[in-house]
Design a protein around this ligand. Sequence first.
Ligand SMILES: Nc1nc2c(ncn2[C@@H]2O[C@H](COP(=O)(O)OP(=O)(O)O)[C@@H](O)[C@H]2O)c(=O)[nH]1
Ligand SMILES: [Mg+2]
Length: 407
Amino acid sequence: MAEAGVSKMNASSVPENGSAGVAGAAPSNAADSQQCPSSTDSSDNAKASGDFSKKPTCLIFLGMAGSGKTTLVQKVTSYLYEKKPAPYVINLDPACAEMPYPANIDIRDTVKYKDVMKQYGLGPNGGIVTSLNLFATQFDQLLGLLDKRQDQHEYVIIDTPGQIEVFTWSASGSIITEALAAGFPTVIVYVMDSVRSVNPVTFMSNMLYACSILYKTRLPFVVALNKARILPTDVVDSSYAEEWMRDFEAFDEALRSESSYATNLTYSMSLVLDEFYSNLRCTGVSAVTGARLDRLLELVGDARREYLTEYRAEYERLRAARDQAERGRQRRDLQRLEADLEPQDREATVESDVTLRSAARVDDDDDLAEERETERDDEDDTESFQSFLQQHKQRQAARRTTDASKS
Ligand SMILES: Nc1nc2c(ncn2[C@@H]2O[C@H](COP(=O)(O)OP(=O)(O)O)[C@@H](O)[C@H]2O)c(=O)[nH]1
Ligand SMILES: [Mg+2]
């Protein structure tokens, strides 16, 4: 790619580095060589057969800016490094100033977002979206790398840009999510700032966002109520949020103390979200202390099982439906094209088709011989027809002479 700041992404240029240190975490390359078992027959079979039950779980961390995605990715990465095998970590935030975890793939090595801003005359948000778009065009190469390493990792962890809408409502975000979900068991970890959601109206906005992502991605979902006061050092006790989800009366009571014009709307919305809450996996966590990460991963395991039993089949069905719709569209286009053709165009097409077919036979010796034979037959036919005409003319001339002599 020639655009400013974008280098070609290939196996050699995609740095699978591990230089940024995480406390207690070995650099990924080192961890790879120490911990990752070499390919076994069973894993080769898994690759060949596309056996999803043996593939690593892809965790896409989404959430509002400042909710703690990056901090949580760092903590989960560090936690998994201790447990082994090491996770495969991908940073998709081009504007991230400091990455506190060792990433195998870092979008900033491929796309320089400040150069993209300059090159296209964009502001920071436009620069981030365009950088992600540029990266998405080469995402198949990343999938290739993941495919090669799928038997070496249990988790693939993906950090996304600060502003949630950059990923959730952009074409590139959808392409990346769909590409991952089509090839790997994929789970969305929705990170919610429990300190900033103590207001019921803000809580409802956050939940509506979570719900819209669930319906957009159609992927299994885990809500991480981050910055929760699980330990005395944390700021807020996240159990209020879990109670509001479980108990509508409790939420209603909290809402009564609000005198905002949005109260009525929030009340109606909470009724709508009742169904969403009923199936929601949710836990308080602290990205700073690492509290309840084991619970978070337990819920992720649950979500993975759901992917394998329900979402996978749904994905296959959707893909098949899309392929069928595409084939139908192509057929209709062809029919429309045929209908648009004038009769003389059609004759011309038929003629040119014959010409093409005859031209295509030139290379084929047998067909050529056959064609020459046919030509000879045609010549013979022409000769016999001419002699027939000759004889006919002679017979007529003879009859005319006989008639003249009689009269
Ligand atoms: N107290 C507390 N602060 C946190 C926690 N997680 C993240 N933070 C802070 O929240 C701010 C935003 O975090 P960051 O991970 O950059 O958010 P992102 O934009 O979603 O990636 C940082 O100052 C973090 O230190 C947590 O669990 N507890
Ligand atoms: Mg971040």
